[in-house]
Design a protein around this ligand. Structure first.
Ligand SMILES: Cc1ncc(COP(=O)(O)O)c(C=O)c1O
Length: 397
C-alpha cells in the first residue's frame, strides 16, 4: 500500500493489478474529481487557452487567474489573495519572507512542508522555537519570554493526522496580544468546513470557506494558506493577504516569477468548482458528514481508539504494536480497503497506525466494508481500545 500503481478507477473504487479496493486514502473530499459538471468545463478552457499557460505568473497570467483570485477573495471574505501552484511552493518561499530575521513559533506537529519552509527561513537568519501541539498557553509563555519583536506563528488548521482543528480563536488572541502574525495552513479544512449559520446542512458549516470563517476569526494579523488539490481536486494553492503584501510577494516570493504555472485544466476545474460549491457544496458536505459519522459511530461501537474528536473526514486508527503495521496493511489490502499507512520511521513508533479519509464520492457500502475489516483487526488485538492514550503525533504526513 505504498508507491502503488493504480490501473483504473471506478467512482471511489480503485484497481491495483487484479484487485479492486475501496479508496479511503483520497483527499478529494468533495468528490469534484469525478463530478461531470466540473469535468465538462475542461475542454472549452483547453480550446481557449491550450493545455498550459506559456508564462510564469510575473510574465503573464491568463485571465482565468484573475477570475480565480476574485472569486476566492469573495468566498473567503479576505482583503485579497494570491494563487501559486502548490502549498509547498508557498511555505518554502513565503515563510522566509514573512519571518525575515525574526523568530518563528512553530506548532510542534505542523505538517512537514511547514517545517521545511521554517528550515528555509532559518537558513536565511530566522530563529525557530516550537510550541506544544494544541497548547495556546505554551505559545503565550514562549512569546512572553521572547525579546525579538518580529514574530511569526506557523501552524496547521485542520490537522492532517488527527482530523481535529486547533482552537483558532485562542491562538489568534495569543498572536495578537504579542504582536505576531499568525500563519495557518488549512489544506484539509478548505472546502470542508466553513462559516456557521442557521441554514447549515451539517456541523461543517456552509460554503467551505475554511477554518478562519468557521471559527469566526478575523483576517487581521492572520494569513491563511490552503490549496485546491484536496477538496477542489485541482493543482493550485493560495495565500490570503492584504493587497499591499500581495504586490510585495509577487516579487519577493520566488514561484511567482521562477516556477511554472498550474495547467489550464486545473484553472478551469477550480472555476467550475466554485460554481458547483455555490450550487451543491453544502449538500456534498452534508453527505460527507453523514459518511464520516457512519464510520466514526461504527468505530465507537467497536470500542476502537481514534484521535478524531471533530467529526471531520480524517480518521486515524493507531495500532497496539508498531511492528505489526505490515500485517495490518496486508489484511486491509486483502479485504479491499485502501488506506494511508503511517509506519515507523515516518511517524514515531508510539504513533504507528493508518489514516482513513472519506470523500463525498464514497458509499455507505464501502464504509460498512471498512468497518467489517476494522472489527476483525480489533478482534485480533491489533488495534488500541478506545480511551488508550495515543501519545503525541509527529509532523503530519
Ligand atoms: C497540511 C498540508 N499542508 C501542505 C500540503 C502540501 O500541499 P501541496 O501538495 O499543495 O504542496 C499537504 C499535502 O498533503 C498537507 O496535508
Amino acid at each position: 500500500m505504498m508507491d502503488a500503481v493504480i490501473d483504473e478507477i471506478d467512482g471511489r473504487m480503485i484497481r491495483i493489478g487484479d484487485r479492486w479496493l475501496a479508496d479511503f486514502a483520497s483527499c478529494n473530499y468533495l468528490g469534484f474529481d469525478l463530478d461531470r459538471e466540473i469535468i465538462e468545463a475542461v475542454p472549452a478552457a483547453l480550446d481557449a487557452w491550450g493545455t498550459h499557460p506559456s508564462w510564469s505568473r510575473l510574465l503573464g497570467s491568463p485571465l482565468l487567474y484573475e477570475q480565480i483570485e476574485e472569486r476566492l477573495t469573495h468566498l473567503l471574505g479576505c482583503e485579497d489573495s494570491l494563487v501559486l501552484p502548490t502549498i509547498t511552493h508557498i511555505h518554502m518561499s513565503v515563510i522566509p519572507v514573512l519571518a525575515a530575521s525574526g523568530t518563528i513559533f512553530l506548532d510542534e506537529r505542523a505538517h512537514k512542508t511547514i517545517y521545511d519552509g521554517c528550515q528555509a527561513a532559518k537558513a536565511r537568519g530566522a530563529a525557530v522555537r516550537r510550541f506544544r501541539f494544541e497548547d495556546p498557553d505554551h505559545l503565550d509563555q514562549l512569546m512572553a519570554a521572547e525579546r525579538d519583536p518580529m514574530r511569526l506563528v506557523c501552524m496547521d488548521g485542520v490537522n492532517s493526522m488527527t482530523g481535529n482543528p486547533p482552537d483558532l480563536c485562542a491562538f489568534a488572541a495569543v498572536a495578537r496580544r504579542h504582536g505576531a502574525l499568525l500563519y495557518v495552513d488549512d489544506a484539509h479544512g478548505f472546502g470542508v468546513i466553513g462559516e456557521r449559520g442557521a441554514r447549515e446542512s451539517s456541523p461543517y458549516g456552509t460554503r467551505g470557506n475554511s477554518i478562519v470563517r468557521h471559527a469566526g476569526v478575523s483576517y487581521d494579523n492572520l494569513v491563511l494558506v490552503a490549496g485546491f488539490s484536496k477538496a477542489y481536486s485541482s493543482l493550485l494553492a493560495f495565500i490570503t493577504c492584504p493587497t499591499e503584501v500581495k504586490q510585495m510577494l509577487k516579487v519577493a516570493a520566488s514561484p511567482y516569477l521562477y516556477s511554472g504555472p498550474s495547467p489550464v485544466a486545473s484553472l478551469a476545474t477550480v472555476l467550475a468548482g466554485f460554481d458547483v460549491n455555490e450550487k451543491r457544496g453544502d449538500a456534498l458536505r452534508a453527505r460527507l458528514y453523514a459518511l464520516t459519522s457512519r464510520l466514526l459511530d461504527g468505530i465507537r461501537r467497536l470500542g476502537i481508539d481514534t484521535p478524531n474528536r471533530s467529526g471531520l473526514p480524517i480518521v486515524e486508527v493507531p495500532l497496539r504494536e508498531h511492528r505489526r503495521i505490515a500485517e495490518v496493511g496486508q489484511y486491509l489490502f486483502d479485504q479491499g480497503i485502501y488506506v494511508t499507512l503511517a509506519a515507523y520511521p515516518l511517524v514515531p513508533k508510539a504513533e504507528v497506525g493508518f489514516r482513513m479519509q472519506l470523500t463525498a464520492a464514497n458509499t455507505d457500502a464501502e464504509v460498512d466494508a471498512a468497518l467489517d475489516a476494522l472489527e476483525e483487526l480489533a478482534a485480533r488485538g491489533l488495534l488500541r481500545a478506545a480511551g488508550d492514550s495515543i501519545g503525541t503525533l509527529g509532523p503530519g504526513v
